[in-house]
Design a protein around this ligand. Structure first.
Ligand SMILES: Nc1nc2c(ncn2[C@@H]2O[C@H](COP(=O)(O)OP(=O)(O)OP(=O)(O)O)[C@@H](O)[C@H]2O)c(=O)[nH]1
Length: 968
């Protein structure tokens, strides 16, 4: 707490500063001026010099309180408040609270507006005589935006004369610097000094203690009722009193309200005589609530008034004397320097700035739109609204959310924060974000496309076809048949794990036509990729096995295609199989809006056998006909290339290899390109047969070498004039991506649940690091994992890192730090990494089939919910000989009788059938002179049991470990 100044002490004592200075000099204390600070002993001395003054004020203060407090209440709440004249016992902190507490709630639980107006009229009553000219200091004056001019009649009776005849409490007396109602004085230091004022009838009942009085205010009399909030509609979503948010004034452990609970009567009514309110400040809570409700009281705050109603808190928050109007001072703002500034504009600003948790934040008008990109942080938001990020953190904290300045927040949290501050937060969609990003580089794809259409630069291009369908209905086999190559053999688990793209040519009506095929995987885990695939797709071939029929993923594929407005050609596959019923398929699909041509619809159905390459040409013809009939496929080949990355992987020798589909323009070797977050120059290009290609036009898929890193499947790419531009775009995307990932990963933990969960040991998180051979698989796996129902809020699943390529030392290091499990999908650890992982106790799991990984992780997560352990015997060894070593203690030369003896395993010693010692550990294990981690049945070994030396020949050492019981 800051030291009091001379003039403050003088005021406290009811003497002029000059006199105090003189007295101090008399007392042998050199003090420069009235604004000099005084050391506590000097203050004591000075007070001692005026024994009457100090004593009187202390005694009178409570009296003043008792009178003042109820008075306005009587005004505003009519009969509910005690009569001003009623003599109350001096300290009465509780009484004061009581008087205040029930008012807003009891009398007007729901009548926010009424309360507002009443409150604001009541407030001046207690604050000061409105007649007293305090220019710029009266927060209730109409020209300060409160719209609630004090009623001239009200104040008079409300300002009882303090018992002590001090000049200080005179309401009308100008008290520059000390007037809590003054908008222009810096309160920082005042806060600290407020104690003195309080004691002697200073304006702040809370004294300097309650720097954030607005939050600490009394026990939120109106809180429970969801009293009116100053922000009106904006806060409507959150009931003040019943809100689960920790900001509630009554929530003892919360920082905002933390000060309330333990205090008998809330901040304003602390029993300390020093803190007793004087008539000046004994504004009843409702008055405050009302005032702040009036709009913007909080910042300037009457004696806690404005803040009481601040934001989403009930009007009672401010409590009697809760907000002191000097929150800014409490946060180091304002201060003495501001004192002299009587700038109207500033005042207005202050009025505009609401206070939550004692901080001042520029406020929007409710319609002010703030656009933020996905994954933006508090810092970004603060920048947009020109606020101090630290203040926003405080506000957020009061809303029950914890975040750091740079932490990405999700949309909901931003909306919450925005609503609180009067902003409409719009999270920019990835598409908008991408467009804006490119626009910042003067690339406007939309305008480009429109211009081309107008200028007739478009040329025909071949259709891009995606093969979709249920698992095992024959997609790969069909593509295989189409290309006459065989990729099916290499697939692990029979599931297509990534997208490939190929161009084939066929003859339709004697004309050579090209078709580009994208091989979309059929497993559900790839839904995301398929959805992306549909974006580049002109036509979908829906494969349905004639012996199986329409299955869930058939419908899903169909929905994807229809949603993307992609025409469908149905390939009724496996017609060679017994029991195949192509007609049944036609009938079934009719129900989904795919009516065969022969039934009068416009969908072409072709019966094929992928295995026997039956009717493949007919299928291709149907695709070409559908393309010609339903689509006008054109693109401008004469410009920089634009397209999509279909698939990418890291090749040991060639680096990042990406299969890209050129959608417009022409891609040439040597072009600078950016694909997602990867950039570089095209070093070389290959077609589906591995032949070198110099250039690729629209609808042409090619493999591209030369990218800095591996793009993701579905990332768009574009060629740029300069490599620098490509790099910059990539970097910006990477930053945005990182933020988006953070936002996605961040599963929110509210203060309430976090506290409880941690306290009860419920909180647990399974961190994962996913490494895979291709980006598509990694992405798909992550996507599926995030869908795992981890058991509500109890357990979280977080993918803390993912990437393409072998598991590296860095991965293990990260896993060590974050206690993560590493998932290797079709990859193995790099050299010596397995050893490191073993040393660090990092678990690595390897999979080659996605669903198995998902299944196991799901089980693991479920296991984490309530792990149950059981003792499992590992093995036992019989002691044959005991070696005594001064260095190691006794070593049991043993032979393993059954199972395994593992180093560090739990052990017990059994002698003649009874357990001699339990809770032992295999501290050392040796095979001859070498350390061993485990020794198998039938082998000899030396076992050290640490400091336990009572080992005898013939003893049995049993080892065991605790294993988690599998969940049923
Ligand atoms: N008899 C017969 N079997 C076929 C035909 N087409 C595919 N199959 C078989 O059906 C099984 C699944 O074929 P895939 O091509 O792997 O099916 P998919 O739809 O690509 O499967 P996923 O990649 O797992 O989604 C394989 O054993 C194929 O040999 C066909 O026309 N006739």
């Amino acid at each position: 707490m800051a030291k009091p100044r001379v003039h403050e002490i003088a005021k406290e004592l009811g003497i002029p500063s000059k006199e105090a200075l003189g007295k101090l000099q008399e007392l042998g204390e050199f003090v420069k001026s009235a604004s000099s600070t005084l050391e506590p002993p000097v203050v004591k001395k000075l007070r001692a010099a005026y024994p009457n003054a100090g004593g009187a004020s202390e005694k009178t203060a409570p009296a003043a309180d008792s009178k003042a407090a109820p008075q306005p209440a009587a005004k505003s709440e009519t009969s509910s408040a005690p009569k001003p004249g009623a003599p109350k016992p001096a300290p009465k902190p509780g009484a004061a609270t009581k008087n205040n507490a029930p008012k807003p709630g009891a009398v007007k639980p729901n009548a926010g507006a009424q309360q507002k107006s009443k409150a604001s009229t009541a407030k001046p009553a207690s604050n000061a005589k409105p007649g007293a000219p305090r220019p710029g200091n009266n927060p209730f004056s109409s020209n300060q935006g409160m719209g609630q001019a004090p009623k001239p009649g009200a104040p008079k009776p409300a300002a009882p004369k303090p018992a002590a005849p001090k000049p200080a409490p005179k309401p009308g007396a100008p008290r520059p610097g000390n007037n809590p109602f003054s908008s222009n004085q810096g309160m920082g230091k005042r806060n600290e000094n407020g104690r003195g004022e309080g004691r002697n009838g200073g304006p702040r009942p809370n004294g300097g203690r309650n720097q954030r009085g607005e939050n600490r205010g009394g026990p939120r009399p109106a809180g429970g009722n969801g009293g009116p909030r100053p922000n009106g509609g904006r806060n409507g979503q959150r009931p003040a009193g019943n809100s689960p948010r920790p900001a509630g004034g009554n929530n003892a452990p919360r920082p905002a309200g933390g000060n309330n609970a333990p205090r008998p009567a809330g901040g304003g009514n602390r029993p300390s005589p020093n803190m007793m309110p004087t008539k000046m400040t004994a504004t009843p809570a409702p008055a405050r609530g009302g005032n702040s409700g009036g709009g913007n009281g909080p910042r300037r705050g009457g004696p806690g008034g404005g803040n009481g109603g601040g934001f989403n808190r009930g009007p009672g928050r401010g409590g009697p004397g809760g907000g002191r109007g000097n929150a800014q001072g409490a946060f180091g703002r304002g201060g003495g320097k501001r004192k002299g500034r009587k700038n109207k504009r500033r005042e207005q600003d202050q009025i505009q700035a609401p206070v939550v948790g004692g901080v001042v934040v520029p406020r929007g008008n409710g319609d002010t739109v703030v656009r933020l990109r996905r994954g933006a942080s508090i810092m970004d938001f603060a920048e947009k609204i020109n606020a101090n990020p630290a203040s926003l953190i405080t506000v957020l904290f009061h809303l029950g959310e914890m975040a750091t300045q740079t932490q990405s927040l999700d949309e909901e949290t931003f909306e919450l924060l925005g609503a609180e501050l009067g902003y409409k937060v719009q999270i920019v969609s990835p598409e908008d974000e991408e467009r804006e990003l490119l626009e910042s580089f003067d690339i406007d794809l939309e305008a480009e496309a429109n211009a081309e259409e107008e200028n007739d630069k478009l040329k025909f291009r071949s259709p891009v076809v995606t093969v979709m369908g249920h698992v095992d209905h024959g997609k790969t086999r069909l593509l295989d048949a189409i290309r006459n190559t065989n990729v099916i053999e290499g697939e692990a688990g029979g599931i297509t794990q990534h997208i490939g793209a190929y161009q084939i040519h066929t003859e339709v009506g004697g004309e050579e036509r090209y078709l580009t095929f994208i091989d979309t995987p059929g497993h559900e885990a790839f839904t995301a990729m398929r959805a992306r695939g549909a974006k580049v797709t002109d036509i979908a071939i829906l494969v349905v096995a004639a012996d199986d029929g329409v299955m869930p993923q058939t419908v899903e594929a169909l929905n994807h295609a229809q949603a993307a407005d992609v025409p469908i050609v149905v390939a009724v596959n496996k017609i060679d199989k017994e029991g195949a019923s192509p007609d049944k398929i036609r009938g079934q699909l009719t129900e989904y809006g795919l009516v065969p041509e022969e039934y009068g619809g416009d969908t072409l159905f072709v019966d094929v056998s992928a295995r026997q390459s039956l009717n493949i040409d007919e299928l291709l013809e149907a695709v070409v006909l559908t393309a010609d009939g339903a689509l006008e496929l054109k693109a401008n080949p004469n410009k920089e290339a634009r397209g999509v990355a279909i698939e990418a992987n890291l090749d040991k020798g060639r680096g990042a290899v990406a299969t890209v589909l050129v959608q417009s323009g022409t891609l040439r070797v040597g072009d600078a390109i950016v694909a997602g977050v990867a950039h570089g120059r095209v070093r070389a290009m290959f077609d589906e047969n591995g032949n070198n290609v110099e250039e690729a036009g629209p609808s042409r898929p090619v493999q591209v070498l030369g990218l800095s890193t591996v793009p993701r499947a579905g990332d768009t790419f574009l060629a740029t004039e300069e490599e620098r531009t490509a790099r910059q775009i990539a970097e910006k995307r990477e930053a945005a991506d990182r933020n988006a990932q953070l936002a996605k990963r961040r599963k929110r933990v509210t203060l309430e649940s976090f506290d409880e969960a941690v306290a009860e040991g419920k909180m647990d998180t399974l961190n994962l690091i996913i490494k895979g051979d291709v980006s598509g698989a990694v992405e798909a796996l992550e996507e599926s994992l995030m869908k795992i129902d981890a058991g509500g809020d109890e357990v979280q699943l977080r993918v803390i890192h993912r990437g393409v390529g072998a598991i590296t030392q860095n991965d293990v290091n990260l896993a060590t730090v974050d206690n993560a499990v590493i998932i290797g999908f079709n990859v193995r650890p790099a050299e010596r990494v397995a050893e490191l992982a073993d040393r660090e106790g990092v678990e690595m799991k390897f999979y080659s089939v996605i669903y198995r990984a998902i299944e196991e992780i799901e089980q693991a997560v479920k296991g984490m919910l309530k792990p149950e352990y059981e003792e499992v015997e590992l093995g036992s060894a019989e002691v044959r000989e005991v070696f005594r070593s001064s260095k190691w203690g006794n070593i049991a030369g043993s032979i393993v009788r059954d199972g395994l003896i593992k180093r560090n395993a739990n052990a017990r010693l059994v002698r003649d059938g009874s357990v001699v010692a339990e809770k032992l550990k295999i501290e050392s294990l040796r095979r001859f002179k070498d350390d061993a981690t485990e020794v198998r049945e039938g082998y000899e070994c030396g076992i050290g049991l640490g400091s336990f030396n009572d080992i005898k020949e013939g003893d049995i050492i049993e080892t065991w470990e605790m294993r988690e019981k599998p969940r049923v």
